[in-house]
Design a protein. Sequence first.
Length: 142
Amino acid sequence: MRIHRSNLVGAATLALLALPLGASEGAMEYRQHTMAAVGGHTTALFDILTGKVEHTGHLAAHADALKAMSGLAGTLFPDGSEGGDALPAIWEDSADFAERLSAFEAAAGNLSDVVAAGGEVMPAAMQLGQACKGCHDNYRAE
């Protein structure tokens, strides 16, 4: 089988044109996976705090994971990654969105610190929940 050079150039061009679409779709999917992990750790933490499960020894693992994940959150919404359940308002009002991400990061850091110090965890967890709600109310399609 003989392949013409023009066919190779055409295929290469199509592949290069598909990269930005694939990259943005990949960024959106990565964001969804990462935020699902945040949701999982948050749900598990509240399951422990409300007595649904007795894994109190796992509190620090979930709190530390949330602190780490909150530090990643600001990198999950680059231009071109629109879609999924992220509303366009994220990119239209990026200053407000950045403030809300900062509140999430602060709340997650505080939660981790409170758990590590053996303090009262429920108020810190509720603060985290409010920070999450602050983003979801305005920037996430439910």
